[in-house]
Design a protein around this ligand. Structure first.
Ligand SMILES: Nc1ncnc2c1ncn2[C@@H]1O[C@H](COP(=O)(O)OP(=O)(O)OP(=O)(O)O)[C@@H](O)[C@H]1O
Ligand SMILES: [Mg+2]
Length: 345
């Protein structure tokens, strides 16, 4: 066989293989784009667990006609101003999500830039794009993804039932909503409303707890204690539940690094350790912890779906967690049991 550079569409499909695993991956990419565009209202519409249709509509800054033309091209991004992969301040940076989605589904993007009177649309099917055309849309962006994996039946076969795929989508939306309490999220599935979270106003930690309560349950909200530890270039904040509130799996342990939902063994291990004296080893607590760390010290470019991060100084993060664990956990539980109020330290 001749050595050659593959055609663009094939390159995009290969990239899509990593980025787009199932409908929830598309939902994640589109919501992250909406958040990067400073939207404070995001509406998600799904049909058949997202297999037939995914629509994400936002009221963010929108795109100009030229930006719309470019946004479906591979490696086109507006998010890496200084070309520095260690100064990532937004969710996106690879410029890969939209062309990848457009290579494995039918993609329609409508957008109107803030301050502009005109909206525009572009379509992508089988990786081929149409010209940009005028579109009726109020300010913001609406992205429709139809017939995911219609060109790759093998991928389609790996998807689960509509209900299971919807479950993955909802879990992803809830995680992103937890990290963004000041944003409204509305979700419908097969024409039924499944989630309606109005933006939480007021002091940040209060707003965050209200949003966590809407997702993790009122009982968590009433039995949670504020954590807020700051050291050098990192902060761990969030809420931890009373040990009496526990379950048989770790699904209510939510972790975020710089606003990104992650599942990190180091952090999950630290939570287990923190609760080991107060919880049977077969039981798991309710926890939502947010690590905010100077982007210089965290590498998010280690996983195609950005579900993992690598800390430049893992020992430092571990020590931060140990501080939290050793010095405060007993005090916290004691106080919580006695007074049921929150403390900050
Ligand atoms: N909802 C949106 N509102 C405004 N601009 C958007 C929106 N979605 C995408 N864009 C624009 O399109 C570009 C390409 O989006 P895409 O998701 O493909 O890449 P990215 O977000 O830059 O990086 P990544 O591949 O890591 O997500 C973005 O950089 C942004 O400029
Ligand atoms: Mg993106």
């Amino acid at each position: 066989m001749t050595l050659r550079i593959l055609p663009d569409n094939l390159i995009n499909q290969i990239a899509a293989g990593e980025v787009v695993e199932r409908p929830s991956s598309v939902v994640k990419e589109l919501i992250e784009n909406a958040l990067d565009a400073q939207a404070d209202k995001i509406e998600v519409t799904l049909i058949d667990g997202g297999k037939s249709l995914i629509v994400v509509e936002d009221n963010g800054k929108g795109m100009t006609k030229d930006e719309l033309e470019l946004c479906v091209e591979r490696h086109a991004t507006s998010k890496l101003d200084d070309d520095n992969l260690f100064h990532i301040t937004q969710f996106g940076f690879r410029g890969e999500a939209l062309p990848s989605i457009g290579s494995v589904a039918r993609l329609l993007i409508k957008s109107r830039h803030k301050g502009s009177d005109d909206g525009w649309q572009i379509e992508l099917a089988g990786g081929k794009k149409t010209g940009v055309m005028p579109a009726g849309i109020s300010s913001g962006t609406r992205i429709e993804v139809r017939d995911l994996f219609y060109l790759t039946p093998a991928r389609l076969k790996f998807l689960k039932t509509d209900a299971a795929e919807f479950g993955y989508c909802l879990d992803m939306i809830e995680r992103l909503a937890m990290a963004n309490p000041n944003v409204s999220f509305y979700v419908t599935h097969n024409d039924k409303q499944k989630l309606a979270l109005n933006a939480c106003q007021g002091e940040f930690f209060d707003a965050r707890l209200r949003r966590l309560g809407e997702i993790m349950g009122r009982e968590f909200q009433e039995n949670a204690l504020l954590i807020n530890v700051q050291r050098e270039y990192a902060q761990i904040s969030g809420y931890i539940g009373l040990p009496t509130l526990n379950k048989a799996n770790s699904l209510s342990e939510y972790l975020f690094v710089n606003g990104r939902p992650v599942r990190d063994k180091l952090l999950l291990g630290a939570i287990k350790g923190a609760y080991q004296d107060v919880l049977a080893s077969s039981r798991y607590p309710y926890v939502a912890l947010f690590i905010d760390i100077d982007p210089m010290y965290v590498d998010v470019n280690v996983h195609p779906q950005k579900a993992e991060v690598r800390f430049v100084d893992g020992a430092f993060v571990r020590s931060l967690l140990v501080t939290w664990k050793k010095l405060h956990i007993r005090k916290i539980f004691l106080r919580l049991l006695l007074k049921r109020n929150t403390i900050s330290f």
